[in-house]
Design a protein around this ligand. Structure first.
Ligand code: SF4
Length: 442
């Protein structure tokens, strides 16, 4: 048996990775952070081909935080850190939140580093050690080097931000305030980074992310297809896998045929995250999403026709201003028809400074009811992963489960797999690809 994954969360900004259930009411889906959160871990049992060891597998996806959530976390963190006992502690806050919310009262006595200034961190630390509070928040077109030192959460996974910003102007989005317009890294910079991490740092999986990967390159006269072709030609002699991050419908639509071919490449996960947000054209128009539902349907139909087992993740915002019962029903019908195995569900929450903030809100009770309706629709799906039952799949193992005695890997469709690891019997498989037989799905 295999369960689907439902994600309910805050929508609005930035990026990361872990399975979780996130049910809350603040919304404002932002592409860059709106990622896939798994709140129920679907899995199947598998067994290794060679020695018949029983194994499990399950899906895993990443959850980018939201500015609203991050604001709370940062506020709590600063308040806890600045108690009387710890008054000598120096604080520097970096990233999207200080960039977009620099006037927050809590930032008055701390140092801030915005999204375009992270390369100034050494300078900032020196100032702070010497007793100064500084604010480096200048927006600039200059891109931070991809070779900037980093500490990885997973030593086998490299996350490369292929572009900053986007070409959208969604009426609910605050990410745009922090990230600005599209600015893409040159293909050769990305390739050099990939060559380096694969050769020098034993990287086995690369996540290519951004607010909208489909828009990559438009500002520098190239595109996502040319980038992926070059990347795949670099790694095709290896087992390194590429996972493409979120893409909005408008730009990827132009590349649908090429994208299908690339997703079938042996070094690419057959996984794609395309946030639809609503099944109604009226709502999409109010959101200023720059596509109609027919575009999204065309995209999904083509992806599934060309790659029948592809994992498609999407997002829904419930109760957007002016959404009618009929609009909501169109969303429900879309979900019933396509049964997306991964769904990020948000309740609309107005964010100060956005266009949607001034729109007439829907009654909170109705928003909650619609959100529940979307959740129940999602939970009514059947097992999406039956096609894996009894099959042999190549699994790339990259982490140890923190919840059970298993190591975790993924199929080509990026479906999560758990393999028995009692007394670390299979720990040596981390960072390798292993042919496994799926013995059951859950
Ligand atoms: S404005 Fe850009 S970042 Fe914000 S939701 Fe729209 S596409 Fe995503």
């Amino acid at each position: 048996m295999l369960k689907n994954k439902k994600n309910e969360k805050n929508t609005s900004s930035c990026s990361c990775s872990h399975n979780s259930t996130n049910t809350n009411k603040n919304s404002l889906t932002c592409c860059s952070n709106n990622n896939d959160i798994c709140n129920q871990e679907p899995y199947v049992q598998i067994e290794k081909n060679k020695n018949d060891t029983n194994e499990h597998y399950t899906n895993e996806h990443y959850n980018n935080g939201t500015i609203e959530n991050d604001k709370k976390t940062i506020r709590n963190g600063i308040e806890k850190t600045t108690t009387k006992k710890k008054k000598d502690i120096k604080i520097i806050v970096c990233g999207c939140v200080p960039q977009a919310e620099q006037n927050m009262d809590i930032f008055e006595n701390v140092s801030l580093v915005g999204v375009n200034n992270i390369d100034k961190i050494v300078e900032v630390v020196e100032y702070v050690i010497n007793g100064y509070n500084v604010k480096y928040l200048k927006q600039s077109k200059k891109m931070t080097s991809l070779n900037f030192p980093k500490i990885r959460k997973n030593k086998f996974i490299e996350i490369i931000n292929i572009n900053n910003g986007c070409l959208g102007n969604c009426t609910y989005c605050k990410t745009k305030f922090a990230r600005g317009d599209l600015a893409s890294y040159q293909i050769n910079e990305i390739i050099e980074r990939i060559q380096y991490v694969c050769a020098q740092e034993n990287i086995k999986e690369i996540w290519m992310t951004s607010e909208d990967t489909g828009a990559y390159g438009i500002d520098i006269n190239t595109n996502i297809i040319k980038l992926l072709q070059k990347v795949l030609s670099e790694i095709e002699h290896t087992d390194v896998m590429i996972r493409l991050g979120m893409t909005n419908p408008p730009y990827i639509l132009k590349h649908i045929k090429d994208m299908c071919n690339l997703l079938k490449h042996k070094n690419m996960y057959e996984f794609i995250h395309i946030p639809v947000q609503s099944g109604s054209n009226n709502v999409l128009k109010n959101m200023n999403r720059e596509y109609v539902i027919e575009d999204f349907i065309y995209l999904i139909d083509n992806l599934r026709k060309n790659i029948p087992n592809i994992t498609i993740s999407t997002d829904i915002i419930c109760g957007f201003p002016y959404e009618t019962e009929e609009d909501h029903n169109q969303t429900i019908n879309l979900l019933k028809k396509y049964e997306f195995p991964i769904l990020n569900i948000s309740q609309f929450y107005p964010r100060r400074g956005t266009v949607a903030y001034n729109m007439k809100k829907i009654n909170t009770k109705i928003v909650k009811l619609r959100s529940r309706d979307v959740t129940e629709t999602f939970l009514s799906y059947n097992n999406n992963y039956n096609f894996l039952n009894g099959t042999t799949q190549k699994i790339l193992f990259t982490e140890v489960s923190s919840k059970s005695d298993h190591i975790i890997g993924h199929t080509k469709q990026y479906v999560k797999v758990l393999l028995q690891n009692k007394a670390n019997e299979n720990i040596h498989l981390l960072g390798t690809c292993v042919n496994c037989k799926i013995v059951s799905t859950h």
